[in-house]
Design a binder for this molecule. Structure first.
Ligand code: PLP
Length: 460
């Protein structure tokens, strides 16, 4: 069919295994292996005991596994059927609007019940916790995308879910809080007086708007203090999270085959790196083992330019230095990015696997300003009818830039990007853009230099 738009799979095509990139990492395995995860106080490689306080055992097992394929439990696949497989769509109307010879495809993860890719990992994490007799999770959330995904998954398995939500978002973005509460979760504005760390932050600054790093610290503390009742759940960054997200890319490989094309460029937005890795790693696998050479591009905001301006070194995962130290691109654990609307891209660090592959040159990274990304999102929406989340808008804009470059060069190029979520709860951001209220954010050089001075002095 020459004029096909949607490439749809059946429930039978939902992958049976996740793709684990560990055995294929073309870098020193010590960098991403568990023995390069350091205890925040001793700075020695973490012990299984330390990790077992935080995470379900099966999750820890996935982090260290060197099996290329890890079976998706039947219980998880059953729940995936609620929204998977997700569609791959050729953006023909956008191609026309840009008058480009490029073919643009997007994988749309916004069809999940909570509107993003995040349930792909929330569901297996909740399943493991249930299997291991854990009462529930503590977690953090920025704008509420991760919190609503985990609340839904916890509700499916009859688990408790206690969410520390960055205070500024708690007050500005009530809709996702309501979704979490509808699923039976408790939602606490962070910094809160429920934890030692939250109280210490409030003592110093009663008006603290909070940050993702602070909320992670509160959630980790609450799990550690629960005597095993609760585990801590993270929605990005860690190896097993990237693993769970590979259903996106594995489906996409099949869908590109249905379309009779293979991407020259593969694009995703990167906050902690999970939707990017989930979409891109199966294509990286093809590059590494099957003679393909697609360009793989991670897109981040100029206001939080972790991959393009950060340092590839050891740093803490959270502000209070309670979470493990890992080797990653970082802007410093106490870096607090400007309040851009792509809240999900405001993390100071990056998934160690993504960082290592950028460092080794297997992945490219670019930073885009929020004004440019909203402009791209509007072009996309007016052509395709769909409003991307401000995070996803970074991938959209990069795809548009690649398509315009192809036009300039007069070449047909196949561009595939991941549209990680819809923007229906982010319409205020579009309103601000329309009213001309959005600012450009340049590289916050002095602020990054300041936080870089606080990196742990690791000798490895
Ligand atoms: C959370 C989120 C992101 C950023 O997180 P990653 O782990 O980098 O994927 C991107 N897009 C959407 C829609 C999100 O909800």
């Amino acid at each position: 069919m020459s004029d096909q738009y949607k490439f749809l799979l059946t429930e039978n095509d939902i992958p049976r295994d996740w793709y684990n990139i560990n055995p294929d990492m073309p870098v020193n395995p010590a960098v991403t292996a568990w023995n390069a995860v350091l205890h925040p106080q001793t700075q020695e490689p973490v012990t299984p005991d330390f990790l077992a306080v935080l995470f379900p055992m099966r999750f820890i097992g996935e982090a260290v596994s060197l099996d290329r394929w890890i079976e998706i439990p039947e219980e998880v696949r059953e729940i995936y059927k609620l929204w998977r497989p997700t569609p791959m769509i050729r953006a023909r109307r956008l191609e026309k609007a840009l008058d480009t010879p490029a073919h643009i495809y997007y994988k749309y993860e916004g069809v999940s019940p909570v509107g993003s890719h995040k349930p792909n990992t929330a569901v297996p994490q909740a399943f493991y916790a249930k299997q291991e007799g854990i009462a529930g999770f503590t977690t953090e959330t920025g704008a509420g995308q991760w919190g609503s995904a985990l609340s839904m998954a916890a509700n499916f398995f009859g688990l408790e879910c206690h969410v520390y939500m960055v205070k500024v978002s708690y007050h500005q973005k009530p809709y996702r809080r309501i979704i979490m509460e509808n699923f039976g979760a408790t939602v606490t504005a962070s910094p809160s007086n429920k934890t030692h760390y939250g109280r210490s932050v409030l003592e110093n600054n009663p008006d603290s708007p909070g940050s993702l790093g602070i909320a992670i610290s509160e959630a980790v503390e609450a799990a550690v203090m629960s005597n095993g009742k609760y585990k801590y759940s993270l929605g990005s960054v860690l190896g097993p999270v990237l693993l769970h997200q590979t259903v996106i890319g594995l489906e996409s490989l099949k869908q590109m085959e249905m379309a009779g094309e293979y991407p020259d460029v593969v694009i995703g937005c990167a906050g902690g790196g999970s939707n990017f890795a989930g979409f891109a790693f199966p294509f990286v696998h093809q590059n590494l083992t099957n003679g393909k050479n697609a360009r793989i591009v991670a897109v981040e905001p100029t206001a939080c330019p972790t991959l393009t301006k950060g340092k590839y070194t050891f740093d803490y995962g959270d502000t209070a230095r309670m979470a493990p130290i890992v080797k990653m691109h970082t802007l410093g654990h106490d870096f607090v990015p400007a309040g851009i609307h792509a809240g999900g891209l405001r993390y100071h660090g990056m998934a160690p696997h993504v960082s290592a592959l950028v460092d080794s040159g297997h992945i490219e990274a670019v930073a885009l300003d929020q004004l440019d990304t909203f402009e791209g999102a509007m072009m996309f929406a007016r052509a395709e009818g769909l409003f991307p989340a401000p995070e996803s808008a970074h991938a959209v804009r990069q795809a548009i830039n690649e398509a315009l470059k192809a036009k300039e060069e007069g070449v047909k190029r196949v561009i595939a990007f991941n549209l990680s979520g819809h923007g229906f709860f982010d319409l205020t951001a579009y309103d601000e853009y329309n009213k001309g209220n959005l600012q450009r954010f340049e590289y916050p050089e002095a602020q990054i230099a300041e936080s870089m001075a606080h990196l742990p002095q690791v000798t490895l």
